[in-house]
Design a protein around this ligand. Sequence first.
Ligand SMILES: Cc1ncc(C[n+]2csc(CCOP(=O)(O)OP(=O)(O)O)c2C)c(N)n1
Ligand SMILES: [Mg+2]
Length: 668
Amino acid sequence: MSQVAIKTAPETAVSERDMANAIRALAMDSVQKANSGHPGMPMGMADVATVLFNRFITIDPSKPDWPDRDRFVLSAGHGSMLQYALHYLLGYSDMPIEELQRFRQLGSRTAGHPEYGHALGIETTTGPLGQGISTAVGMALAERMLAARHGQELVDHHTYVIAGDGCLQEGISHEAIDLAGHLRLNRLIVFWDDNSISIDGPTALSTSMDQPARFAAAGWNVSQVDGHDIEAVAEAIEAAQRSDRPSLIACRTVIGKGAPNLGGSEKTHGAPLGDAEIAATRENIGWPYAPFEVPDEILDAWREVADRGRLARLAWEQNLTASPQRTAFESAISGALPEAVFEALSAFRKEHVEKETKVATRKASEMALGVINAATDLTIGGSADLTHSNLTITKGMNRIAPGDYAGSYVHYGIREHGMAAAMNGIALHGGFIPYGGTFLCFADYARGAMRLSALMGQRVIYVMTHDSIGLGEDGPTHQPIEHLAMLRATPNLNVFRPADIIETAECWELALRAKERPSVLVLSRQNLPMLRYAHTDENRSSRGAYLLRGPAGRRAVTLIATGSEVEIAVSAAQRLHAEHGIAAAVVSMPCWELFEEQDDEYRRAVLGSAPRVAVEAAARLGWDRWIGDNGVFIGMTGFGASAPAPDLYRHFAITPEAVAEAARKLVI
Ligand SMILES: Cc1ncc(C[n+]2csc(CCOP(=O)(O)OP(=O)(O)O)c2C)c(N)n1
Ligand SMILES: [Mg+2]
């Protein structure tokens, strides 16, 4: 027998079974009305969710962004009706019953999968399986880091996750649980909806994994319960809260629990139950109410959960008011960077224009970061085991270690996808600006989470070095070709490819200022000369592209380039002038997305009406937009090769001579 008193259900006339049945009924009715959706998971996890919310979670629907709230992540996002039903029952102001009746319809808050920003209280977008649990690792880490800085008085909450078989089968879960176990993120509690069913049928079709053993091996506290035994679930949560490790609670459940004929079958996973089975379910669970009707006493019981949360929030606010940490805490949560950061970056640019500093843009990024990190402690750096290649750590940064969260640098390990998801979680949690590095080529490995950074509009900064064949000897496996096109095709993502140390500092500034958009800094391994003639207060990269070199008179041709190829374009222009008397303008285009946002007049002025040659050591895809019908693109047409970088540029004919020759042919 347990010696510890288990948190009992608050005194109400209504049973938790009834409260759970309200979730079941709302889920099956909404899916039926939409004629689309996933009733099985919400019905199977209704009991677990009820215990969790009724007895443990502290949230306040009347102030959903209160910083010390518990975080709830529905990693199995297809079960979105679980979340929407909870939000209606808890009384979120933007989730009246009509929203449930408009489930999955255009313009509703009740999108097919939970979308961050669509409804209050949705902490992160989920649906791509495995993302939620991995994002939650970042949230749980941010909680510990914020507590280390501002004290447990102000920061003391849990991150709860519901994950399905799918989330745990996805590779990203491995990265995430390994990292969480290593860092001993004991405020992270994951419920596994262990129903042995996924879309194709029994999970035994495709897995023999001992999931509890896998989590235990990663350093987690693990328990296994009957997910329909409310007291057993409560006991497991209590034990998890006392653990010094992250916890997995494997909840043995029946998918579609309550449906007498279809319960336990994959048929409940992603299709309406149908009128007959819904009627039989009502009978079976003792729910004699009309569709979308929840009796007052059951609704009241749920609203009491919200009220308890409101009182907790009010008490916390009093704590905050009295706290000596108040100003620092509020400033961190606001995410506002001190002006000193931008002043220091401007001074940095001036200094290096004067010194004509020639460094790789990855080195320039490190130098700029030195200035940024000295002026703010909002930034949390990291790398997927390439710290000294990505150059992401700066002087005075201490590492985050198991049980020690006072530092500001995360060794994410060789886990690009896990790193990206964790950074999403850190950004969503609030209090920090995460940046993390890897080689640009391995953006592929991080892609699923990078897409969500963009979809959710999070200020996550990707530092992606070794950005072309210019990395040289490591060869084609490491040389990105199609990655810029892929990243540029992603909506709401700024892709910066600076040409020199000055543009690198400018792009860092722009990334930091983009509060609602992730950025990728695409940086060279090889040294690049400083290309500006003079310091300007204006951030010239801020309009995405600009005239770097303009001929005195009319231009005969425009050369457009990014990053390391701007140097090539500049020397091609000199060659055209010296050898052929051709006046060439050079446009540096560090960020397509910002250039696209400029007005026509500016864009026309920059691009000019003369024929254009673009040069970038990458795939052509997308460049036709800028070079027009008669333009020429000089870049890569296939994979790279293993050789010293200068040899590769010659081999693939990405040279000043080739650019000049192409331009000359266009002009004559
Ligand atoms: C990355 C990704 N791959 C595939 C899917 C499509 N998908 C949605 S749910 C699902 C099965 C999930 O099984 P499980 O987590 O066990 O959910 P349950 O059927 O138990 O509700 C799949 C393959 C997805 N949403 N995300
Ligand atoms: Mg399942």
